[in-house]
Every structure is written in C-alpha cells, then in structure tokens.
Write a protein that binds this ligand. Structure first.
Ligand code: PMP
Ligand code: GLN
Length: 383
C-alpha cells in the first residue's frame, strides 16, 4: 500500500481527479455522476435529520434498510434473505468488501480476482495478508474459464468477482458465472460478488447475481451500494448479504472499523430501494450517453469495446500511436483537455494483463450529455 518512495500511494482516481482540477480538463476519470440523485430521496435524508435520527445507528444497520435490502433481493432476483441475520449495512460497498476480506482470509489463504480488478479489492487482500491470485480476462474482456480453473488451489479461500465489471463494463453471463460457481464448490471457497453496478446494464444484457445459481447462496456474499443505483455516491450507504455465519464474521470486523454507518442516510435509502423507476431511467439514459462517448472515441481514432454495463468504457490508444495508457492519461489534459484512467492501474504492476492492456484507457460516461459532447469535440483533436 506504500509507494516506492515510502509515501502513502494515492489511488489512481485521486491522482487523475487532481490532474483534472489542476488543468481544467473534463474529468472522465473518476466515476461519479455530475447530476445528483432524486430530490425526494434527498428530502428523506433531511427529514430523518429533522426527526432526530442523528446519533449512532445500530451496528448492522437500521431495521427498515435491512428489510428494504432483503425485499429488493427478493423482488429482483428471487433471493430469500433474512434481514435480521443475513444483512449488514456498511459504509459503502468499499467497507463491505474490505471487511469481508479481512474477516474471512489471512496469511496462507489465496484470493482469486478477475484482472483487471477494482483497486480496493487488491488493497483489502494485501491488508488481510492473504495472497492475491489475479486471473486475467481474455483479450475480448471475458472470463477465462480455463485460467480460472488453473489458478484455483486447495489454498483458494475466496473468489472475489465483480459484475457488471469495473473497468471493462463486462457483464458476466450465467454461463461464465457457472464456471466461477463450479470452481468455488470444488475448492470449498467463498465467493464475494461486487454488484454495485447491478442496475446499470444496457441493451439485452442481464445482471445475474452468482448467489442465484444452484448451491451458491450458502457460500456467496453479495455486495452492493446505493451510490451508483441512486446517483448518491457521496452518501456511502452499502451492504453485504449472505449466510448468517459469514455475515456475523464481517459484522465482528466492522464493529472495529466504523462501528456503524451514517444514520440519516439509511432510512432515506430504505425508501429509495423500494423504487424501481429511478434505476431503470438511469440505465436508459446511461445507455444513450455510452453511445455518445463510444461514437466520439471511435471518431477520434480509439478502438472501443462497447460496455454492457457500469459507468465506463475502455478505449485503446494504440491505433493513435499511444502504447502507454498511463503516459497518455498524463498528457491527455494538454493534448485534448480530457482526463481518463489507465486500465493498467487495475492490474498488478508488470503483469501479463498489465502488458496486454497497456494502451487502454477507461473513460466514464456518467456525465451530462452536454459535457460528453464537449469532451468528444475535444478528443477529435487527436484524430
Ligand atoms: N466496487 C466497484 C466495482 C466500484 O466501482 C466502486 C465505486 N466506484 C465500489 C466498489 C465502491 O462503492 P462505494 O462507493 O459504495 O464504496
Ligand atoms: N469507483 C469509482 C471509480 O471507479 C471511484 C471511487 C473512488 O475514487 N475510490 O471511478
């Protein structure tokens, strides 16, 4: 977690957001919406503050939010979740992921991730003292079932997946998830499934929680967050659900990490979770903005893999003569007044995946259409 010079390494998102602020470039690096979630959800948090919900919440979350999470999982996926024993509210998905890894793995354990992986996944594994075993995606950014099977061992304690996948926008199919489930069963491993973009899927792609696969509910921890679904990333209301004994282990760690999460946001998110229109409309509008950015990137000369979900598209700078995505990202503010994030930042340093993806850059399209049009106009300067 330390940089080579001994200082605390900053996340790539902080680095690129600072670069955007310093240069005045359009920030398509860090993924956060530039339009806030619905007024009625914000009003619900204000009401909760005025109603005096300002002291510590129960450590596992307010009852109405735990009930809303269980109801959401039943309504969308047919999952049967006990809100009292099988749900833990966390400070964003980040806390759920990190406390899950800390609670369930340690030295001698191996944790498999799909590479590229979200940065906090790798940091959590390092903090737990476990061994990180990344499995690179295929060249077309899909699960490599053979590589996954080859990476598993008797020491595999956890398989940490993310679908819809940041940074690639890949939405794992049921068939791909069957491979994950089979390997987890063979190795008696827990699956942690980061599903923060569960509602942000496009076209005919469908989000499948791995917990819905036969035999998987008993060994899967499903993590999500209200940040993306309701465009309230700064509220940091997330959760994890799964078998009671695993959730109890995570709760034990959470007690000493944050103890409890922000009180007034929880009843507001409980109300939001009952609403399916907000996420549906967001997904539809995001699909249009994805098309706008993908078309613009292609017109500027990038190769683009059209994402089926998330906030992000991965573009290849190689056709434009840029072989090093990190270098391109540092120069992009000067060259085109835009900021992106190198995909290699989601890979181990100098790994085969980092090499294979060296020229790729992640751009976010969770910005207003006029902002994206401006960005696309600027990127045209590269062509
Ligand atoms: N997992 C993934 C894949 C993410 O992209 C993010 C945030 N962008 C998170 C987890 C963290 O979510 P939260 O802000 O709820 O902690
Ligand atoms: N998850 C967001 C992204 O991928 C960033 C969140 C953060 O800065 N940690 O852009």
């Amino acid at each position: 977690l330390l940089a080579a010079d001994g200082t605390v390494a900053r996340t790539i998102f902080a680095e690129m957001t600072t670069l955007a602020a310093r240069t005045g470039a359009i920030n398509l690096g860090q993924g956060f919406p530039d339009v806030d979630g619905p007024d009625w959800v914000k009003a619900a948090a204000k009401d909760a503050i005025d109603a005096g919900r300002n002291q510590y919440a129960p450590g596992d979350g307010v009852p109405e939010l735990r009930a809303a999470i269980a109801d959401h999982q039943r309504r969308h996926y047919g999952l049967d979740v006990d809100p009292d024993t099988e749900v833990l509210v966390t400070t964003g998905a980040t806390e759920a992921l990190t406390t899950a890894v800390l609670a369930l793995t340690g030295p001698g354990d191996e944790v498999i991730t799909l590479e590229p992986f979200y940065d906090s996944h790798a940091a959590a594994i390092a903090m737990a003292g476990a061994t990180h075993v990344p499995v690179p995606l295929t060249a077309d950014l899909r699960l490599d079932a053979a590589a996954l099977r080859a990476a598993a061992s008797d020491r595999t304690a956890m398989i940490l997946i993310n679908t819809p996948h940041n940074p690639t926008g890949t939405v794992l199919t049921r068939a791909e998830l069957e491979h994950v489930a089979a390997v987890a069963r063979e190795r008696d491993a827990v699956v942690v499934s980061d599903e923060v973009y569960e509602h942000l899927v496009f076209d005919d792609a469908r989000h499948v929680p791995v917990a819905t696969l036969p035999g998987m509910a008993g060994r899967t921890l499903t993590v999500s967050s209200s940040g993306k679904t309701f465009s309230l990333t700064g509220w940091k209301v997330g959760w994890v659900h799964g078998p009671a004994e695993l959730v109890t282990a995570i709760r034990t760690v959470k007690q000493f990490v944050t103890y409890a999460s922000g009180s007034p946001f929880q009843p507001a998110i409980a109300r939001a979770l009952a609403d399916d229109d907000v996420p549906r409309e967001l997904a539809a509008s995001l699909a249009a903005r994805r098309d706008l950015l993908c078309d613009g990137l292609r017109a500027a000369g990038f190769d683009v893999v059209v994402p089926q979900g998330t906030y992000f598209v991965v573009a290849d700078g190689a056709p434009l003569g840029f072989d090093d995505g990190h270098d391109l990202c540092r120069r992009l503010p000067d060259l085109a007044g835009v900021v992106g994030v190198p995909v290699s930042a989601f890979c181990r340093a100098s790994s085969p995946a980092a090499d294979a993806l060296a020229s790729r850059v992640r751009f976010t399209f969770v910005k207003r259409s006029d902002v994206l049009r401006d960005a696309v106009g600027r990127l045209a300067a590269l062509a």
